[in-house]
Design a protein around this ligand. Structure first.
Ligand code: KG4
Ligand code: ZN
Length: 334
């Protein structure tokens, strides 16, 4: 008998639903909330409202694409944490209602663990143990994954996340939110060695990006004082140089983690893993150092319910179900 799971992701500004059968993703519908663009960041109240408006059509489309009826679903999964509390509440209540109405188990999923397990979606999966560099708008972590549901964070950011470093740099350049994909785009025609930004010296496997943000701010202010068109005239080179530094900070720590643990199966995950420069640099580093590298397909990098569904599938096999009294949580323990 096949196991069907319907999963919902609503932790931030994507409303997403996915159906998986026996660990194979049959649909992954993602609605991007564009309403936040003009505010320069996600507005929590608007995100909750947009989730409420979109959740029914998104779930409907996920079911019809997968050719699946609600009555066929064996378990209902949702992102329980971390995220914006109002946004999480929408997905949580929706999944709970379905679980109650159809009398099927409820599965609570940790969003950051799901980003890591997005690497298990394709047929070519990493073997355990593997390391995953999880880089998103709110997190930057090196995760040691020993088994499907056994993971620990061995390095993380002490301040800003890598995605924030991209988005805040973009904001300083006058680009709209989210700026990461735009920096990626302009960087493709720029010189990554044109401007040199500092690499922070942080002990162990932890990261810091706040110094880089300040360095970029001073760099822009200094150059604009000399030439008010400095950004327009150098946008590609600035983007390429900023991106180059963010990638080198990430990959140097990942290399250190691989050396310390002796692990050579290396994955990346999270929204920033959609960055073309990071994807290329990881593959090159992997070839140099003899790593086997894994990079999720684009649709499973940024927030998506496919990664919630795959995590829920392994939780289903482990009979790790949630009570109907479960609550979402803005912050999460591992
Ligand atoms: O994982 P995600 O979709 O949401 C969170 O859980 O935070 O990550 C969103 C982050 C944003 O900071 C966005 O700018 C960044 O991922 N991002 C990128 C790219 N695509 C998304 N950063 C750099 N290059 C990209 N191509
Ligand atoms: Zn995420």
């Amino acid at each position: 008998m096949s196991v069907y799971i319907l999963a919902i992701e609503s932790s931030c500004d994507e409303t997403s639903a996915s159906v998986c059968r026996d660990g194979k993703i049959l649909s992954n519908v993602i609605f991007n909330q564009t309403i936040h663009e003009k505010y320069g960041g996600v507005v929590p109240e608007l995100a909750s409202r947009a989730h409420l408006q979109n959740i029914v059509p998104v779930v409907d489309e996920a079911l019809s694409t997968a050719n699946c009826q609600l009555s066929t679903v064996d378990a209902f999964a949702f992102t329980q944490s971390p995220g914006l509390i109002g946004a999480l509440l929408v997905g949580t209540q929706f999944a709970k209602s379905l679980s109650l109405a159809f009398d099927k188990p409820l599965i609570a999923v940790h969003h950051m663990q799901a980003h890591v397990l997005a690497n298990l979606i394709p047929d070519d999966k990493p073997e355990f143990p593997f390391l995953c560099l999880t880089v998103s708008g709110g997190h930057t972590q090196i995760v040691l994954c020993e088994d499907f549901l056994k993971m620990k964070v061995i390095g993380q950011t002490l301040d800003d996340a890598a995605g924030e470093a991209f988005d805040k740099s973009a904001k300083l350049l006058g680009l709209p939110y989210p700026g990461g994909p735009l920096i990626d785009k302009y960087a493709q025609s720029g010189d990554p060695n044109k401007f040199i930004f500092p690499e922070p010296q942080i002990d162990g496997l932890n990261f810091s990006f706040s110094g880089l943000k300040t360095a970029i701010l001073y760099f822009i202010q200094k150059n604009i004082n000399k030439n008010e068109n400095f950004i327009q005239e150098n946008l590609n080179d600035i983007c390429a140089s900023v991106q180059h530094r963010i990638i080198s900070i990430l990959l140097n720590k990942l290399k250190k983690a691989a050396e310390q643990t002796g692990i050579k199966n290396i994955c990346i995950a999270g929204g920033v893993s959609a960055n073309s420069g990071l994807r290329r640099a990881l593959e090159e580093k992997g070839k140099q150092l003899g790593w086997k590298t894994f990079i999720p397909a684009f649709e499973y990098c940024t927030d998506n319910a496919g990664m919630i569904a795959i995590t829920a599938y392994y939780k289903y096999l482990a009979k790790d179900f949630a009570e109907l009294s479960v609550s979402p949580s803005a912050r999460a323990k591992w």
